[in-house]
Design a protein around this ligand. Structure first.
Ligand code: HEM
Ligand code: MYR
Length: 419
């Protein structure tokens, strides 16, 4: 007989509004109050388990107990992720699809992306020299849109750059906003899916011949375990699952710049301490700043964990932000301190800005290495290849916006290239 204990529980009717009102810290606040890595609450009109901390994350990524099919709320699918993509798959189907994504992530392909990115940064920086001031976040979104499309083998004309950047950004900027802004998100998704779907058709009928190592080629010709090509709609969703999040790295670049401005002592160390310090800085930006707030799954069976009974078919939420700020894992968790990564004992479940567990065997972010690479390249540019002034501006960020961003979006003036 297993011994059952009552799971800590937040009482009351439905707490969805509290999640929206309190924002990123909602789950950690409850976990600290109840001193627990797991508690039960009611959100989206249903009972839900909330997991966080190292032990909670480890449980969440146990694929014998949780599935992703139908876990993501529909409004999120209709804007951010699309439907029937890798995020919603389980078991063998997921493994096959995830292998397809990870096949793009070789060091050689990351180098190709780096070269494109450096080139577009350089061109933009030249343009900035003749401007009074720039909004860094907006500029970087455009740089990353050009980089992502070219890297993915997706043709993009100069006159399409502005609209495409805006539509891709709408997918992650408007997901969690209230209408009519949300409707712009659904509209952008429809447009983008139609666009990419046509390109997949053209690849398949031979009208368009992207390089064989590119996303567009690989995804258009990928055959699953039973030898079937993906539906055109699904192929479009998956190509967007590459180019959208590359553009979203702009949010981390805005926070990187915010950190350079707010923590001049840490910025100074980059100049005196060399390349390892860049890696610590990037990791600390990913830990410290709020981005992907939480992830959802559904229990596949009844089971007991640490004495707590879990019921089958129950929504379960992983607290990403709170795990990265968990005082049980991180000393002075609310301080920006890159050197903490100097002697960090690497664990797949304590540092989870882009999900935890395993890339191939689980749902951990397929683009984590791209993200880190892009952030390193941009940090180097900001520190070593540009000079700029920082006019008075509002650098705060609002913890109740998903995703959030420094309010000013980072304004630079007097931008000059130093190399
Ligand atoms: C999944 C965060 C960038 C592609 C995820 C997940 C998170 C995440 C939290 C879900 C993990 C889970 O389900 O347990 C982020 C953040 C990024 C980022 C904060 C910064 C911008 C990227 C990039 C790419 C990418 C650059 C591709 C080039 C994916 C894909 C998945 C995913 C394909 C689905 C994986 C699966 O379901 O197996 N990401 N990501 N992401 N990410 Fe990212
Ligand atoms: C991407 O996949 O494009 C990168 C990260 C985008 C983050 C957007 C976060 C706001 C949406 C909240 C979703 C909650 C999921 C249950």
């Amino acid at each position: 007989m297993s011994h059952h204990t009552q799971m800590p529980k937040e009482t009351g009717l439905d707490h969805s509004l509290k999640v929206l009102k309190e924002g990123y810290p909602y789950f950690l606040k409850r976990r600290e109050e109840m001193d627990t890595d797991v508690f039960e609450t009611t959100i989206l009109g249903q009972k839900a388990y909330c997991l966080g901390g190292e032990s909670g994350a480890e449980l969440f990524y146990d694929t014998s107990k949780f599935k992703r099919d139908k876990a993501m709320p529909k409004p999120v699918q209709k804007v951010l992720t699309g439907q029937h993509g890798v995020q919603s798959l389980d078991g063998k189907k997921h493994e096959d699809r995830k292998k397809m994504f990870m096949s793009l992530m070789s060091p050689k392909e990351l180098d190709r992306l780096t070269t494109l990115l450096e080139n577009y940064w350089y061109q933009s920086a030249k343009k900035w020299e003749s401007m009074d001031q720039i909004v860094l976040y907006d500029e970087v979104k455009e740089i990353l849109c050009r980089t992502a499309c070219e890297w993915a083998g997706v043709p993009l004309l100069e006159e399409e750059v502005k609209d495409t950047t805006r539509n891709l950004a709408n997918l992650f900027e408007k997901t969690a906003s209230i209408s009519p802004s949300y409707l712009q998100g659904t509209h952008s998704r429809k447009k983008l899916e139609n666009w990419i779907k046509k390109l997949v058709q053209q690849v398949r009928n031979g009208e368009l011949k992207p390089e064989e190592n590119t996303t567009l080629y690989v995804f258009s010709w990928h055959r699953d375990d039973i030898g079937k090509l993906m539906d055109e709609d699904v192929a479009a969703v998956e190509v967007l699952n590459i180019i959208r999040p590359i553009v979203a790295v702009a949010i981390y670049i805005a926070f990187t710049a915010q950190a350079l401005i707010q923590y001049p002592n840490e910025a100074e160390k980059l100049i005196t301490k060399g390349s390892k310090q860049y890696q610590y800085f990037v990791q600390e930006v990913r830990r410290f700043y709020p981005f992907f707030p939480f992830q959802a799954a559904i229990t596949t069976k009844d089971f007991t964990w640490n004495g707590y009974p879990f019921k089958k078919e129950t929504l379960t939420v992983l607290d990403i932000y709170g795990t990265n700020h968990d005082p049980k894992i991180w000393e002075n968790a609310d301080q920006f301190f890159p050197d903490r990564f100097n002697d960090w004992k690497e664990s797949p479940f304590s540092f989870i800005p882009q999900g935890g567990g395993d890339h191939l065997g689980g749902h951990r972010c397929a683009g984590e290495w791209i993200t880190i690479k892009v952030m390193n390249v941009c940090l180097d540019f900001l520190v070593n290849q540009l000079s700029f002034s920082v006019p008075k501006q509002d650098l705060e960020f609002n913890l109740t916006k998903f995703p959030t961003l420094p309010n000013s979006k980072i304004i630079f003036s007097n931008v000059k290239r130093t190399k």
